[in-house]
Design a protein around this ligand. Structure first.
Ligand code: DGI
Ligand code: FE
Ligand code: FE
Length: 193
């Protein structure tokens, strides 16, 4: 994509070095998944590059931006404002990076919790964020990395299963959307097989 370099330069001013490295990992992993699933590679890369663009915005500021832009904030988001970097990221991508592709904006908006009935780009970004090469802490990474290139819905389900377990262990407040999305993909697999 012609403008990718311009986006990269700008993004580096707003996110830290480690986060930028993660972002580049997500960008190329999203590209690989797009190739495997016949999706537009440029769009996948742009979604990967910008997905965490709101990560360094202070919580108060994110809440303020939501209010100003009529973005709904749920109780769980109010209590865990870091979750809002996804929805606010979509807003920033639109307003500050002039992205008007609705698929890209939607993928950024749902990248943390996932959502039922995700489209191809939504799943590409959700999975790439979890499996990019710089990630090393999650359980079952080798299996999930393999699954990602065989069946994206199965990979999404497994990521959500492991994320819910992880959150239960550290007693993190769970967004009902994360839970609902897991149930949705589990039920779909049971229907399909
Ligand atoms: O922004 P990143 O760190 O690259 O990745 P992300 O946006 O997917 O955020 C990952 C974190 O989000 C991970 O620690 C698990 C957490 N998370 C996912 N769903 C929920 C959640 N945290 C809470 N409290 N509730 C959720 O439902
Ligand atoms: Fe994120
Ligand atoms: Fe990320």
């Amino acid at each position: 994509m012609k403008n990718l370099e311009k986006y990269q330069k700008k993004l580096q001013n707003y996110i830290g070095k480690d986060r930028y490295q993660h972002t580049i990992g997500v960008m190329y992993t999203a590209a690989a998944l797009a190739m495997a699933y016949h999706y537009d590679v440029d769009k996948a890369m742009l979604a990967g590059l910008l997905h965490d663009c709101a990560k360094n915005i202070p919580h108060e500021k994110k809440l303020e931006l939501c209010k100003k832009n009529h973005i709904e904030v749920t109780d769980v988001e109010q209590a865990n404002p870091f979750l809002l970097h996804a929805k606010v990221g979509a807003l920033i991508a639109k307003k500050k990076y002039d992205v008007d592709d609705e698929e890209i904006l939607h993928a950024i908006a749902v990248h943390t919790t996932g959502a039922p009935e995700m489209g191809t780009l939504d799943m590409i970004l959700f999975i790439a964020d979890y499996i990019e090469p710089g990630r090393d802490k999650a359980l079952n990474l080798p299996a999930i990395r393999e699954m990602a290139f065989q069946n994206m819905e199965h990979a999404v389900e497994k990521i959500l299963y492991d994320t819910l377990n992880y959150l239960n262990q550290k007693s993190g407040r769970i967004d009902p959307i994360t839970e609902y999305t897991y149930e949705y993909y589990k039920n779909r697999r049971n229907l399909v097989v």
